[in-house]
Design a protein around this ligand. Structure first.
Ligand code: SF4
Ligand code: SF4
Ligand code: SF4
Length: 332
């Protein structure tokens, strides 16, 4: 086994200790998700060799045909709790594994499946099966599929979670660091910086007076999107990705979840924090920016609305914002 730390890290446990303990047994499970977190492991490319000899895979739906849950030291769980099957699978993973890692934004915060919290299962069935022009017939599948739960929940609302690795999917650098952490039995190294810390764009004051849709104009590649009137969630999003989007001309949509300050302080909110910063950089009134974030709330809170850390904030009034947005559209 090679136990080299990832690039840029400065500490690691002695390789001999980890080697002496034998391979780390791992179970992997996916709940309601898109499988992107599993594919992200492949994105490690040759770096996967760094840990491959040190682990032994048990259950892993994409690689092994093991149907039960053998005892394992580590359990990686991706996806949100959306169905009864998800709940049972999560509980089986907890019982079989010593350490559970919530793997990816769906497991940590509910992820994009979390938008289901805004609708009842009945409304979802109506939209997808009963009143959908692309679906033949109007029968809702009820055989060989697990019933939906009443709502969508992150993993730690059902079982205890030991480690969290957000990202949609997590970036290979952080996946490797997580795997090495587990293999070497050392505490994880993780910063609390926002995406802005890795972005190369400069925040400068501008005379911009309006929030602009992403499709309008061509953004200056060297200036912060906020300075140019485009909404970018980089300053309110935890860096678990090394800022690939703003580095490649696309504003951050917050897929790794909010910064710890926003998540843990009840009255701090993504939309007001963003509006404070953007209104200082531009001539756009703070209230107008808040309103634009609220009207696009399904997008701006897409990854985190299912977690109680966001969904139960006194400032999170998404149903009211969406109703206001609909009313404004009708009156336009
Ligand atoms: S976090 Fe993103 S990539 Fe991972 S399963 Fe969920 S939607 Fe897919
Ligand atoms: S707000 Fe977006 S564009 Fe501006 S510095 Fe942060 S990540 Fe970069
Ligand atoms: S820059 Fe933002 S949207 Fe892009 S991967 Fe990172 S957190 Fe996700």
């Amino acid at each position: 086994m090679t136990s080299s730390p990832p690039q840029g890290s400065s500490e690691s446990a002695p390789a001999s200790e980890a080697e002496a303990a034998g391979p780390v047994t791992i179970n992997i499970e996916w709940l309601s998700d898109c499988a992107g977190c599993h594919v992200a492991i492949v994105d490690l490319h040759e770096k996967i060799l760094t840990v491959l000899d040190a682990v032994q895979l048990g259950r892993c739906p994409v690689l092994t045909d093991i149907k039960d849950y053998p005892r394992a030291k580590v359990g990686l769980v991706s996806g949100a709790i959306r169905t009864e099957h998800d709940r049972h699978a999560a509980q089986a993973m907890r019982q079989s594994c010593d350490v559970i890692v919530a793997w990816g934004t769906c497991a940590v915060y509910g992820g994009i499946a979390g938008a289901g919290v805004l609708h009842t299962p009945q409304e979802l069935f109506d939209a997808v099966y009963r009143h959908n022009k692309t679906t033949a017939g109007d029968r809702v599948p009820d055989r060989e599929v697990s019933p939906l739960e009443a709502t969508v929940s992150p993993l730690d609302s059902v079982i205890d979670v030991d480690l969290y690795l957000p990202g949609c999917p997590p970036h290979p650098t952080f996946i490797l660091e997580a795997l090495l952490t587990l293999v070497e039995g050392r505490p994880p190294k993780a910063t609390k910086e926002s995406v802005c810390a890795r972005c190369l764009r400069q925040m400068t004051k501008s005379e911009v007076t309006e929030v602009r849709p992403y499709s309008q104009g061509v953004a200056d590649p060297d200036r912060c999107f906020l300075s140019q009137g485009y909404l970018c969630l980089g300053s309110v999003t935890l860096d678990r990705c090394l800022a690939p989007c703003p580095r490649n001309g696309v504003p951050c949509t917050g897929c790794a979840g909010a910064t710890m300050q926003i998540l843990t302080e009840p009255n701090r909110d993504l939309r007001t924090e963003l509006a404070e910063r953007m209104s200082r950089l531009t001539q756009i009134p703070r209230e107008e920016i808040v309103r634009r974030v609220e009207f696009g709330a399904k997008t701006h809170y897409a990854y985190t609305m299912a977690t109680s850390m966001v969904g139960e904030k006194p400032t999170f009034l998404i149903r009211q914002w969406l109703a206001d947005s609909d009313a404004e559209a009708e009156n336009a």
